[in-house]
Design a protein around this ligand. Sequence first.
Ligand code: SAH
Length: 525
Amino acid sequence: MRAQSLSLLRTATRCSRARPHLISSLPARRALRLSSTSAPSKGERKWSTPLAQFLGQAITTTGPISVAAYMRQCLTSELGGYYTRTPTVGEDQFGTKGDFVTSPEISQVFGELIGIWLYAEWLAQGRKEKVQIIEVGPGRGTLMDDVLRTLSSFKRMTKSIEAIYLVEASPHLQKQQALRLAGTEELEKSEVGWKAKCKYFPDCDIQWCEDIRFVPKDETATPFILAHEFFDALPIHVFQNVPASSIPASSTIMTPTGPITPKHGPTAPGNQWHELVVSPTNPYASTPNLKPGEEKPDFEMTVSKSPTPHSLYLPRMSNRYKKLEKTDDAIIEISPESLSYVSDFAVRIGGSDGAASRPSKPGSAPAAKPVSTQDAPFKKAEASGAALILDYGTTDTIPANTLRGIRHHKAVSPFVAPGLVDLSADVDFLALAESALDASDSVEVHGPVDQSFFLATMGIKERAERLLKNAKDDETRVRLEIGWKRLVDRGPNGMGKLYKAMAILPYVEGKKVRRPVGFGGDIMG
Ligand code: SAH
């Protein structure tokens, strides 16, 4: 698992340049070609990976980049991102030989209970037709395999499944998923990306695409969406509240369109959110803090000296951030991409009247919204479907200093060996909930609850006991026993406590609130 106690508190240093740029793929390719054809001259800097070299060269040209741009490149760059590069033979991200283990990989019971959860929701919502099963970030396809196998016992429901969509950025993981769920790596081209017949329901296609926006949006469909350890892999922006005392009075203000001079002369500064940006470390500087055997990071995080376009609007999105405006040096992490994803989920379930253009609700900040897909109205005759989000993160506090690198099951600096190290950050569940509720008036949010509560009330103990009774040998018995207990472990770093579950469901005005199973409710049908 990736949620160890890995809070890497770093002291940010001040930096003089702050011109974050997202790197487009064309200069990226060119930079890589250039660097690969020129032999390193004597004294030239050595980078730990080709991706590090590309990023280093790009930053030298354009200036420091945001943590979000750094994360995006490290995880999904076509130039050797952690998920998108082709692993060498025998190499794997998942499992004991890889970098981390996730719940579906620990025990089949996890996916089976999620299958039961979907079935229970389908029953509770009156056995809808035109069901879409959607998973974002399916990894090796293990969770979906356990879910579909479980659902295959419920014929009424499986007949109503129109299509299964897997949103996956990694071409080699798409292949692993296909092998597992369709029994083949040979995928056919489809309108959204690729497709193959599902091995459990041959009448039903599994469709692969790279972004949720490619999954067809149908006002009459009932989408059931799963996101397990997906949001922690989405890029975050990091901001530090710089005290007024350290900001000189200035006669210009930086805006997203450039510097402007205020009509009323120099502004008296208050505290200001400044973005933490990423730039190369000085290769000649000594590194006294490095422990024996630790690699020297290629990059470091610094506080940008002046506001960036993101620091001017993201921290104004919610009153939760505004409340920290007077707290010197407070750090907040915001993931606009996560908010955009969860808004998309909410609209698919509840519909929208173009929520992004709606005025803010009373009490909420006059929000600048994240990049949104919700401007076009999407009218559902009846809200239907559900999203189940499982990940590690905070229940109600704002994550700070949670960016982490994981390699071979150990915490490492997120700035070593870019592309070879998994990067992730805590999920801000309350921000996800706010975003879902803002995006659609016809959804409600349940949780987050601890994974141990969710799984216990879904009947993990009873299910594990049944499997134990039928286990064919001692080895299977021990694996099952250790596995299910690990998922609900409530020790300080236990998965049952660190991981949370949150559900987005249809909301019907005037109807009695129904708690879903796993969140305090009972199975009904
Ligand atoms: N859900 C799986 C895998 C978690 S790892 C499990 O729990 O075992 C994160 C997954 O999200 C991987 O499949 C990775 O390739 C995918 N992913 C990461 N960033 C993505 C992005 N921006 N878009 C689509 N998929 C992404």
